[in-house]
Write a protein that binds this ligand. Structure first.
Ligand SMILES: CC(C)(COP(=O)(O)OP(=O)(O)OC[C@H]1O[C@@H](n2cnc3c(N)ncnc32)[C@H](O)[C@@H]1OP(=O)(O)O)[C@@H](O)C(=O)NCCC(=O)NCCS
Length: 456
């Protein structure tokens, strides 16, 4: 390892020099995309996604048509198998119970479960919950990572070796693997975090076993907290977050990754690890951790919380002069939603209650201010076609913080929520015997003549 590190140090100059060369040779002038009518990011000139599939799993509405057929931005709506998520959440919350498991059933099987079907489904999930013998010792503890998404991906890929029938891509086998991962993701994620805390942060090691009588949300808190304690409000809030992150159409980056990878007829573990890799990105699920870090950076870098100071900060972020120098204000904007993201709207209602309960009203008011001001600054600096609403990740990170969930687990929690959605997309892709997804790229590079070494 030391030798490798010293080699890394020695080779750095070469890598930096060559990186400049790749930057030059990889740059493609934006004018060429326009000339060849290429929809960058698979989006048309108005920002609408290029249609490349059909799905019955979910539906997103961000526009309504007026009497003349013009598209008018409207408050966003999200439907899981035809049921508005707002109604879904309100429905099970009115019965004061956990709902994520029934949402998993709905997404995977296309209908709401009867009480008997839900009981049986829960029984199956509980059965799948236990990780293989010594998995914690041999996988989570062996090579701890500072990144829990990396750890989760490794756990998923390693599950292949524990599966007696990993490559069978029949729907029955895929369903078994999907249910296994819906059930095991929380343990894999939290155990990965335990190893990180112990080996990398030098903290004490607490390892709890999941409990059969707990829902998925309760188990996450039970596994995570050293004293196993949590309140009903905390568990129900987390349950709602999982529901709101469970699915978002076939076009979202990680589900599309699932569809692309599945269409090649690979195994479920490989396909899920691709979705995890996608979700990790800061423009996708990784935005929730970025939001919280950006918030801390804002607080550390403004002298007062006036509108002017906040706008100046975001102006700098957009100019790549502040925070992570990406030019992105995290938690704002969406590829589909125009006026509002319904998931953020639902979360917002709970954030205030929890912030007050945890004595963090000041942070809550600052979040509200950012919600009002940041979109104005973005709209000023960027070409926005449809609005730049706060998205699900703006409040989910803050909610997780209020739930004392460590930032390292923010994106893995999103992944736990999204696993039933990915599983449903894999099943739908495979059920329809789709063709391999294989779009085209127009080659715009110049031809070169090969020269022998002594001619160059
Ligand atoms: C989600 C996101 C990637 C969608 O991007 P998009 O589909 O290009 O969205 P739009 O078409 O509305 O964007 C129009 C322009 O505004 C920019 N923009 C949109 N939201 C932005 C943001 N939050 N910060 C900086 N620029 C933003 C886009 O990059 C695009 O610029 P370009 O034309 O130079 O490429 C983008 O809004 C974003 O980066 N948001 C922050 C990250 C985040 O919170 N992701 C979680 C999504 S749930």
């Amino acid at each position: 390892m030391t030798e490798y590190k010293s080699f890394l140090k020695k080779s750095q100059g070469y890598i930096e020099k060559q990186a400049k060369l790749t930057e030059k040779s990889d740059f493609i002038d934006n004018k060429l995309f326009i000339k060849h009518n290429v929809n960058r990011g698979l989006r048309d000139i108005n920002g609408n996604g290029v249609v490349c599939g059909l799905t019955e799993i979910s539906e997103i509405n961000a526009f309504k048509k007026d009497s003349e057929g013009n598209k008018i931005p409207c408050d966003g709506e999200l439907f899981y198998r035809g049921i508005n998520v707002e109604t879904l959440v309100a429905g099970y919350q009115a019965e004061n119970r956990f709902g994520f498991e029934e949402v998993c059933y709905l997404l995977i099987f296309g209908k709401l479960p009867s009480p008997k079907e839900l009981d049986k489904f829960n029984e199956i999930l509980i059965g799948f919950r236990t990780l293989p013998k010594n998995f914690f010792r041999d996988v989570s503890m062996k090579a701890p990572s500072t990144d829990m998404m990396n750890m989760l991906s490794r756990c998923v890929l390693t599950m292949y070796s524990y599966d007696d029938n990993p490559d069978d891509i029949s729907l029955t086998n895929i369903l078994r693997q999907v249910l296994g991962m819906v059930s095991q993701f929380p343990t894999m994620a939290v155990y990965g975090y335990n190893a990180f805390k112990y080996y990398i942060q030098g903290d004490s090691l607490h390892v709890h076993k999941p409990l059969d009588e707990y829902s998925i949300a309760q188990n996450i808190l039970h596994l995570l907290r050293p004293d196993n304690k949590f309140t009903d409000l905390e568990a129900k809030t987390l349950d709602m977050c999982l529901t709101l992150q469970a699915e978002h159409g076939g076009g979202n980056n990680s589900s599309f990754a699932m569809r692309v990878i599945s269409s090649s007829a690979t195994d479920t573990y490989s396909a899920v690890s691709a979705s995890l890799a996608s979700l990790k990105g800061g423009r996708h699920g990784g935005a929730n951790i970025k939001v919280v870090r950006m918030f801390e950076d804002l607080k550390a870098n403004i002298t007062n919380e006036s509108d002017g100071a906040i706008c100046d900060y975001f102006d700098k972020v957009l100019k790549k002069e502040a925070f992570d120098h990406s030019g992105i204000v995290y938690g704002m904007g969406h590829a589909v939603y125009s006026k509002s993201d319904p998931r953020a709207e639902i979360m917002k209602k709970l954030v205030e209650e929890l912030a007050v309960a945890k004595g963090m009203e000041e942070d809550y008011f600052l979040y509200k201010k950012i919600e009002r001001l940041a979109p104005e600054v973005i709209a000023d600096r960027r070409q926005i076609y449809k609005g730049v609403p706060v998205n699900v990740d703006f409040y989910s990170g803050f909610l997780y913080k209020l739930l004392d969930i460590p930032p390292e687990l923010f994106t893995p929690i999103f992944a736990i929520g999204r696993m039933p959605g990915w599983g449903s997309h894999r099943l739908e892709e495979m059920a329809n015997n789709g063709k391999i997804i294989r779009p085209a790229y127009i080659a715009v590079g110049k031809r070169q003549k090969y020269k022998s070494l002594d001619e160059r």
